[in-house]
Design a protein around this ligand. Structure first.
Ligand SMILES: NC(=O)c1ccc[n+]([C@@H]2O[C@H](COP(=O)([O-])OP(=O)(O)OC[C@H]3O[C@@H](n4cnc5c(N)ncnc54)[C@H](OP(=O)(O)O)[C@@H]3O)[C@@H](O)[C@H]2O)c1
Length: 437
């Protein structure tokens, strides 16, 4: 067995302490799998005295993560602090300049700076591994970077945020409102006190930006991701989706089109008879469409100390074995500039729910607006009256649900603006994209 691989671990929170527990649990078998002993020699955190339920005796504490990153004793800097800039970024850059390999689970950092950090790693002859940054415990980086290298990938998509999936699952099972379920998810620790990042779709967008680069060989481009969260989904949408044969999931989708790459995160109707529709609760799932392999789908735990530590450990073992790959599978000089397909050019089917005043001519006017934009309707259903939706003396508005045939985002948006302007609807129209699977 060769020399020990010495780790400097910055961040001993949920994932960092999970990693320490994993190393303790594996014991000697870790050296056998890695081909050499692997040891954490120093750690960094904000609070030295915090009880963490892990044995840190014999491990040096280094107050400053940047000092740890450049510590002469370490071979690998494991960054588990988090954040797209600040100390995490500075420490990772310092580690590269000092010739250390870096392992991180920091999706925010890589979504914003993935290509430039990969270039810095290359320049210094070291690697940047980030399996834990995309879908936690699901080994999807390895699958795309190694297992599917023989394929042209046309689409990669998935359920990439457990909090959103948990909320949507509970709303569907129990017929409860978004606000009500969110409150419960926060009380049970499935949602943060400030849940914006998860429910607004931004966490999904970070992961999608990394999947896009891995799948299409393009430079990471987080600000090109179109993002919509799940805040506007109502029990009425979930019920209507069910009647139409769909379930609603927050998907991240990256797709090659003739005009460029679409990267979008939004609530999506998926047919009930597909595998992704069955992914419930906090589980994640990533699907990859390759030309030779066909469709591949991975399902598993997308977050948590244990699952993410499992991913981080696989990155560390690769380094111990000397398996050093370009971070995004190809060298940065071969990564193509990102060419964005405009969201308004997106083509697909749409679910539209309108709260329509019960007035003569209202339906005809709505149909006319859709026709003007060349939208053909696959089905239209008048649902029960919406008693809660802004009654002003007259009969309550009625929920009308339409499903369109294939059309463009631009056409749908223009039609809905015109419908709202005509004044026949009591609330902002709801629109949910349908994904062909
Ligand atoms: N949690 C998950 O399920 C999960 C899943 C996938 C990826 N990730 C990613 O993994 C990373 C870590 O997440 P986490 O959930 O483990 O975070 P966390 O529980 O908040 O832990 C963060 C750790 O970083 C330390 N830290 C913060 N600022 C520091 C500073 N300036 N100097 C030194 N140490 C500092 C904290 O120290 P103290 O403990 O002393 O406060 C803490 O130990 C993030 O990038 C996250 O996106 C997390």
């Amino acid at each position: 067995m060769t020399d020990k691989l010495k780790l400097g671990l910055a961040g001993i929170g949920t994932v960092g302490s999970g990693l320490l527990r994993l190393i303790e649990a594996r014991g000697k078998s870790l050296s056998t799998r890695a081909g050499r002993p692997v040891e954490v020699v120093a750690v960094s955190a904000r609070n030295r005295r915090k009880k963490r339920g892990v044995d840190l005796s014999g491990v040096r504490f280094v107050k400053d993560p940047i000092a740890l990153a450049t510590d002469p004793e370490i071979d690998v800097f494991v960054e588990l602090i988090g954040g797209e800039s600040g100390v995490a970024k500075e420490a990772v850059e310092a580690a590269f300049r000092a010739g250390k390999h870096v392992v991180t689970a920091n999706k925010a950092l890589l979504a914003h700076h993935g290509a430039s950090l990969a270039a810095l790693a290359e320049k210094n002859g070291v690697t940047l591994n980030f399996e834990g940054a995309v879908a936690g415990g699901i080994p999807v980086v390895k699958v795309i970077r190694e297992g599917l290298q023989g394929n042209e990938i046309s689409r990669v998509y998935g359920i990439l945020n457990g909090t959103c999936n948990y909320i949507l699952t509970l709303m569907e099972r129990e017929g409860r409102s978004f606000a009500d379920v969110l409150k419960e998810a926060q009380a049970e620790g499935y949602a943060e006190a400030d849940p914006t990042f998860d429910i607004g779709g931004f966490d999904t967008a970070h992961k999608l930006a990394l999947l896009t680069s891995l799948a299409f060989g393009t430079r990471t481009k987080f600000d090109a991701v179109y993002v919509e969260g799940i805040e506007t989904i109502t029990p009425a949408d979930i019920e209507a989706a069910d009647d139409l044969g769909y379930r609603i999931k927050l998907l991240g989708v990256a797709l090659r089109t003739d005009s460029g790459i679409e990267q979008r995160v939004h609530p999506t109707m998926v047919p009930k008879d597909t595998a992704i529709a069955e992914v419930d609760g906090v589980s994640n799932c990533v699907a990859i469409d390759g030309d030779f392999v066909g469709d591949v789908m991975l399902i598993g735990p997308g977050a948590g100390g244990g699952p993410t530590a499992s991913a981080v450990m696989s990155d560390i073992i690769d380094i111990a074995r000397g398996q050093i790959l370009p971070p995004f599978g190809i060298t940065t000089k071969h990564m193509k500039p990102y060419k964005k397909a405009q969201m308004r050019a997106h083509e697909g089917g749409y679910y539209i729910r309108l709260s329509v005043y019960d007035r003569p001519g209202a339906f005809a006017a709505i149909a006319q607006r859709m026709a003007t934009q060349g939208i053909s309707i696959e089905s239209i259903v008048q649902r029960r009256p919406e008693v809660a939706a802004g009654r002003r003396g007259g009969p309550p508005p009625t929920a009308v649900v339409m499903v369109t045939h294939q059309t463009t985002e631009d056409a749908v948006r223009k039609a809905l603006v015109a419908i709202e302007r005509d004044g026949h609807v009591a609330a902002k129209p709801q629109m949910i994209r349908i994904e062909k699977l």
